[in-house]
Design a protein around this ligand. Structure first.
Ligand code: NDP
Ligand code: GDR
Length: 372
């Protein structure tokens, strides 16, 4: 029997990497679209990539971009995928305020381009498509927990672009009978998370501060509440969404919400450092109460977290907490990781990463400073 073929946009991102691993383990031929960049950008999937001269190729990469319809049509014509996972996006909410037009083009119209390509190529009955929708659609709180029937109120150019993508996916399903689904995924994280999202920024800083490589962590809104899950669990849901008899839309979430401030405490606790907060608003600080890890020395009383208004967003999403009842019932999906396990895995990976940096520094090599 011929192997099933999947095409993934955004294959070089966090979710793209975990989904590729999952689909390869299920015997798929995986094709991915990567952007041309001036440096290598396949770090997250390099372990899965084979020599292109190998005869048993499981992963093939194509140059492309969601802003280029001719490119998308050509790749889809060539691959003839059974499933498309549209994960490609300018995915940073804060950055979308700086690049709103580009975000609308890639995140909104990019989805339309893929749907139109399916139609132009007459693949409506063959090719299923998954759209990476987001809890950011809920934006300004209308009701909690948020489910498939909660009204949307997007609060950023990113969320507005994703709202267009959400509805055009529903419309092409209803108008042309395409198996097209939205996964409304709440925040999901992992050691592969981009360094400028808040969880990874915190776990990296925790490791660096513990190892004396960073002085202080500057954050924005410490009060924001997010429903954080593990990306590994969430890519399983994406796959399941495309394996059902009928296409529909699903919320994927843990149902538990946590404040940014609490995530900071949990991360530092992983390296044996207790952090408490004092002060209010822009003057709030996080300081060290105790450090019981003999590997690390951090002064008691040292202020390790401060607020910098440059990380505030013009319009914020204060509270996200998802209701995953539908996906539990119809997909049989349930997260395997809880928040404590997620934080633990992320901090351990960053401690490992920065141990190597510490070694380099101690051996006299200059190390890169990358700040957000
Ligand atoms: P990442 O930011 O880690 O990855 C985004 C991917 O999209 C990267 O491969 C990036 O390429 C690619 N990309 C960006 N712009 C374009 C473009 N114009 N054309 C083609 N590809 C492009 O995101 P995640 O893996 O975290 O998220 C995957 C998807 O799920 C995104 O659409 C995101 O908006 C959505 N989402 C994510 C959630 C989360 O919590 N992680 C929750 C809900 C939705 P490059 O590597 O070259 O930058
Ligand atoms: P989010 O994730 O905007 O929810 O979008 P992010 O981690 O960027 O922010 C979460 C919350 O933390 C607050 N915050 C900070 N955020 C960042 N990035 N940096 C900071 O220094 C900081 N300080 C506080 C934010 O204000 C926010 O409230 C993510 C992305 O993956 C989207 O693509 C996806 O659609 C949604 O999750 C669901």
């Amino acid at each position: 029997m011929e192997k099933r073929k999947a095409l993934i946009t955004g294959i070089t991102g966090q979710d793209g990497a975990y989904l590729t691993e999952l689909l390869i383990s299920k015997g798929y031929d995986v094709h991915g679209i990567k952007r041309r960049s001036s440096l290598f950008n396949t770090d997250r999937i390099d372990h899965l990539y084979q020599d292109p001269h190998d005869s048993e190729i499981r992963l093939t990469l194509h140059y492309g971009d969601l802003s280029d319809s001719t490119n998308l049509i050509r790749i889809i014509q060539q691959v003839q995928p059974d499933e498309i996972y549209n994960l490609g996006a300018m995915s940073h909410v804060k950055v979308s305020f700086d690049t709103p037009e580009y975000t609308a083009n890639a995140d909104g119209i990019g989805t339309l381009r893929l749907l139109e390509a399916i139609r132009i190529l007459g693949l409506e009955k063959k090719t299923k498509i998954y759209q990476a929708s987001t809890s950011e659609l809920y934006g300004l709180v209308q009701a909690v927990p948020q489910s498939e029937t909660t009204p949307f109120y997007p609060r950023s150019p990113y969320a507005v672009a994703k709202m267009y993508a959400y509805w055009i996916t529903v419309n092409y399903r209803e108008a042309y009978g395409i198996y097209a689904c939205n996964g409304i995924l709440f925040n999901h994280e992992s050691p592969l998370r981009g360094e400028t999202f808040v969880t990874r920024k915190i776990t990296r800083a925790t490791a660096k501060i513990a190892m004396g490589l960073q002085d202080k962590l500057f954050l924005g809104n410490l009060d924001a509440q997010r429903d954080w899950g593990h990306a590994k669990d969430y890519v399983e849901a994406m796959y399941l969404i495309l394996q059902q008899d009928k296409p529909t839309d699903y919320v994927i979430a843990t149902g538990v919400t946590t404040r940014v401030r609490e995530f900071v405490r949990l991360a530092f606790a992983e390296v044996g450092i207790t952090v408490e907060f004092k002060g209010e608003g822009i003057n709030e600080v996080g300081y060290v109460v105790s450090c019981n890890n003999p590997d690390f020395h951090v002064e008691i009383g040292k202020e390790v977290v401060a607020v910098d208004a440059k990380y505030f967003r013009p319009t914020e999403v204060d509270l996200l907490i998802g209701d995953p009842a539908k996906s539990k019932k119809l997909l049989g999906w349930q997260p395997k990781y809880d928040l404590k396990e997620l934080v633990s895995e992320m901090v351990a990976a960053d401690v490992d990463l920065f141990r190597r940096e510490r070694l380099l520094k101690d051996s006299g090599y200059a190390i890169k400073n990358q700040f957000e």
